[in-house]
Design a protein around this ligand. Structure first.
Ligand code: NAD
Length: 327
């Protein structure tokens, strides 16, 4: 298949592009490099620098590549905290950018679409692990913006026949030898912990140690970026036959922040000091996914089911690339 990967110079998009190409597919990467890195783009992918806010740029892309089979849409504003400060970047821009993309895609007859959605749809879960039947309660304008796009897809299916999958990732983590996580600012716990091990930060701040969990710190479900990539490829291959789907995507195991730090100490051999900060507003105590539907329907099997193998893969990349892509 020929797949358009928006955000394919970013963390998850670049690794998914590499997995697509390794599986024999073709990829066109569209990215404005707001957070992405040219060096992360697979050399066999076609790279187009452009912004989804620019409808003409998208139209030009589709005019030049009139045989696109499907879209994997990673490009978006991605930060929960920022969305509480600048809600319209999310509620407006994330929606409008996805709408621009879908509008042009449908004009060009593209009917397969995979969305990077999020566990931030589930701010008040009633059952753990969280299944697709859980009530949607977005935890921030970021999560709400992903829900807007899920609803846009619902109507584009009814009206234009677009088949889609919404993959609601829990905590994406881990790296590959050639590509890794390099955000500015970095807000994700595993790269932050590894920056302490590399001597680039003094300590890890743990936001709250009085949650109702065994060690008082928040529990999250970490899923390896290669396993996320595989879920995209499986979904892209299946949706035309099985129809549109929403899948929660995690390993089904919860690890506390203290367990993340402890595992990173073991993997890196560094003491990794911590300090306790205040809770962050809107951080639920526990978020663990049930990915049973994805396993059952698509045969998805994570290759990195445990925290240690995820952190080892991340340490391998961060140790080899301490300045990220800025060598
Ligand atoms: N990282 C996680 O744990 C996680 C969890 C749940 C969902 N997600 C979602 O997965 C997707 C990828 O996340 P990531 O961590 O790889 O983020 P990222 O920031 O590394 O990648 C996003 C890419 O999109 C590009 N981009 C942003 N706005 C654009 C625009 N208007 N036009 C063109 N390109 C644009 C950026 O330059 C960047 O390369 C995002 O949609 C994010 O919301 C991520």
């Amino acid at each position: 298949m020929k797949i358009l990967v928006t955000g394919g110079a970013g963390y998850i998009g670049s690794i998914t592009t590499a997995e697509l190409i390794a599986a024999g597919h073709q990829a066109i990467v569209f990215d404005n490099l707001y957070q992405g890195h040219p060096a992360a783009v697979h050399p066999e992918a076609v790279f187009v620098q452009g912004d989804l806010a620019d409808r003409n740029a998208i139209a030009q892309l589709f005019a030049e590549h009139n045989d696109i089979d499907g879209i994997m849409h990673f490009a978006s504003y991605t930060l929960v905290g920022e969305s509480m400060q600048k809600p319209l970047l999310y509620l407006r821009d994330n929606l409008v950018n996805a709408a621009n993309l879908l509008e042009v895609a449908v004009e060009h007859g593209v009917r397969r679409f995979i969305l990077s959605s999020t566990a931030n749809l589930f701010d008040a879960p009633e059952k753990m692990p969280i299944s697709e039947n859980e009530r949607i309660v977005p935890g921030s304008p970021y999560g709400e913006s992903k829900f807007f796009v899920e609803r846009l897809l619902h109507w584009f299916e009814r009206i234009y026949g677009v088949k889609y999958a919404c993959l609601r990732y829990f905590n994406a983590a881990g790296d590959t030898p050639g590509r890794g996580e390099d955000h500015d600012p970095e807000t994700h716990i595993i790269p932050i912990v590894l920056q302490v091990a590399l001597g680039q930060r003094e300590a890890v701040t743990i936001f709250g140690d009085d949650y109702p969990t065994p060690d008082g710190t928040c529990i999250r479900d970490y899923v390896h970026v290669v396993d996320l990539a595989q879920a995209h490829i499986l979904a892209m291959q299946a949706i035309s036959e099985i129809g549109s789907r929403k899948y929660n995507l995690g390993n089904g195991n919860g690890y506390s922040i203290r367990e993340v730090v402890e595992t990173a100490r073991m993997v890196t051999g560094h003491p990794i000091p911590t300090r306790i900060g205040p809770r962050r507003p809107g951080d639920p105590a526990i978020l663990i996914a049930s990915s049973e539907t994805l396993r059952r329907e698509l045969g998805w099997q994570p290759r990195y089911p445990d925290l240690e193998s995820i952190i080892r893969s991340a340490w391998q990349w961060h140790e080899a690339n301490p300045q990220g892509y800025q060598k």
